[in-house]
Design a protein around this ligand. Structure first.
Ligand SMILES: [Fe+2]
Length: 234
C-alpha cells in the first residue's frame, strides 16, 4: 500500500509566486489544487529502469567527435532520502548551458557561441552507495531578460525521478563563490536558510590530477519519494 503524499519541507521551498522572479506568475495554478485520491496508481507507473541508460551518458564531454571547450569538471555526490540513507539505482538527469553560457536548444537566442562538441545533457544511475557522477564543463552565466542586467549564475539543472514521474524532483546546482548568486531571483526565491543546500563544494577528492576539478553536491530527497523508498517499494 502506498504511503499518502506528504507536503513536508514547504518552509524551505520558494513561494509559487515570487514577484521578483517574474515568470513564476505563469507557472502556478490560479485555482486550488485537486488532491489525488489514488496515489498508489500515480506513484507506481511509469517505472524507469536501468535499461535505457548508456555507459557514457554520464560524460557530457564524450558525446561528440571532440572535447567541448571550457573548464572540465567532475560533479559528484550522493542521493539520500530524508533519513540520510543512500539511494541506489536512482535515475539522475542533468542539463546545462555550454562554457559560453548558451544552451544547445534552438530556443536559446543568447548571443554567445554554440559548441559543436557539447549538447549539455546527461544522465546516470546512482551506484550501490547512492553516488552519481558526471563529467562535464563548467557552464557559463547567461542573460535572461527577467530584469535589468539579469544574469543567471552558472548552474546545472538536475532531475531525479525516484521510481515514478509523480515523485520527480527538479532543482538546480550552483557553484561556490559565484558573484551572481546574491543577484539571482531564482536563488533568492528560496528561503535564506536553504540556499546553501543548492551550492556545491569544491572537492579535492573528486578532483582528478591533470585533468579536471571536482565538485561535490549531495541531494536529499524528501516527501513522496523518500516515504516510498523507505517502504522498499522501489
Ligand atoms: Fe538554466
Amino acid at each position: 500500500m502506498a504511503t499518502p503524499l506528504r507536503r513536508d519541507g514547504r518552509d524551505a521551498h520558494p513561494d509559487r509566486d515570487h514577484p521578483a522572479y517574474r515568470s513564476t506568475a505563469l507557472r502556478h495554478p490560479k485555482q486550488p489544487l485537486v488532491p489525488l485520491h489514488d496515489p498508489e496508481t500515480e506513484l507506481a507507473r511509469p517505472f524507469l529502469g536501468a535499461g535505457p541508460v548508456a555507459p557514457l551518458d554520464h560524460d557530457l564531454t564524450a558525446q561528440h567527435d571532440g572535447p567541448p571547450l571550457g573548464e572540465r569538471i567532475v560533479v559528484t555526490g550522493r542521493v539520500l532520502d530524508g533519513n540520510g540513507t543512500p539511494l541506489a539505482g536512482q535515475l539522475v538527469e542533468v542539463w546545462q548551458a555550454n562554457a559560453s553560457g548558451r544552451y544547445a536548444q534552438a530556443e536559446d537566442r543568447h548571443d554567445a557561441p554554440l559548441d559543436p562538441n557539447f549538447t549539455g545533457v546527461g544522465r546516470c544511475l546512482t551506484d550501490a552507495a547512492g553516488v552519481y557522477r558526471f563529467v562535464t564543463v563548467k557552464p557559463g552565466p547567461y542573460p535572461w531578460r527577467n530584469h535589468d542586467k539579469a544574469w543567471r549564475p552558472s548552474h546545472i539543472h538536475f532531475s531525479l525521478f525516484g521510481t515514478a514521474f509523480a515523485s520527480r524532483l527538479i532543482t538546480q546546482m550552483y557553484f561556490p563563490g559565484d558573484p551572481l548568486l546574491p543577484y539571482d531571483p531564482v536563488m533568492q526565491s528560496v528561503n535564506p536558510g536553504a540556499r546553501e543546500r543548492m551550492v556545491a563544494s569544491f572537492d579535492l577528492e573528486a578532483t582528478v590530477d591533470q585533468w579536471a576539478t571536482g565538485y561535490r553536491w549531495d541531494i536529499v530527497l524528501r516527501g513522496p519519494g523518500a516515504a516510498l523508498f523507505e517502504e522498499g517499494e522501489g
